[in-house]
Design a protein around this ligand. Sequence first.
Ligand code: ADP
Ligand code: MG
Ligand code: MG
Length: 255
Amino acid sequence: GTVLSVRDLTAEVEGTPILKGVNLEIKAGEIHAIMGPNGSGKSTFSKVLAGHPAYKVTGGEVIFQGNNLLEMEPEERAQSGVFMAFQYPLEIPGVTNLDFLRVAYNSRRKVQGLEELDAFDFDEIVQEKLEVVKMNPTFLNRSVNEGFSGGEKKRNEILQMALLEPKLAILDETDSGLDIDALKIVANGVNQLATPDNAILLITHYQRLLNYIVPDFVHVMADGRVITSGGKELALELESRGYDWVLEENVSEVG
Ligand code: ADP
Ligand code: MG
Ligand code: MG
């Protein structure tokens, strides 16, 4: 079935329109990529989906698994299975990664009608998931993301994703700042977590990540709209030809 349906979504930041009518349909089992030039609205789109308060929705609708996502509080969105990995993961000094993960995990379980896990049982689960991202257990006892390298922060996000088993995972520029080994580990983690029941939305400026996580659909965002969509070959074409041709061919049509 359909996981996410976005229709004519418009949004502004501090009175400036940024999203100008985004349309997107994502079904279970699919991996979608949104590519596009810098400043085209990709991160704004992910923040609107997350419910970031600085971004004001001015029109359109977003339906997540049959529910109006835009009416849900950010926490509700997360608890109901929307996972967001941001371009710049938050640092939370004074809160250990393990505590943070357990709270997030248990609040998701609560919504699913499951019992909360105690520290002992949770530890067992988290140890399994560490393998997915090849992360050293010592990271669990450090403050969330504090002093983590770029690659370690991204791995930590995939660890969160592995634990929360989201219905929709949105990864914004997860590849940025990663060396090739870290990129492969992150991609491998995402690939292991992709199932016929969930959907993944990758947001990336560069094609590189898509060598490792192969999308079913590629969309190009420009000036706050999805101006064209295609299969994985579209990403390769963008890599070799840049964005100009696709803007010239498509921008005039949407006006
Ligand atoms: P992308 O992720 O595609 O590079 P963004 O969504 O980050 O693009 O930005 C789209 C446009 O919105 C840019 O012109 C950017 O300057 C503007 N923008 C994004 N966030 C803010 C903000 N918090 N305040 C003002 N302008 C913003
Ligand atoms: Mg950018
Ligand atoms: Mg961005």
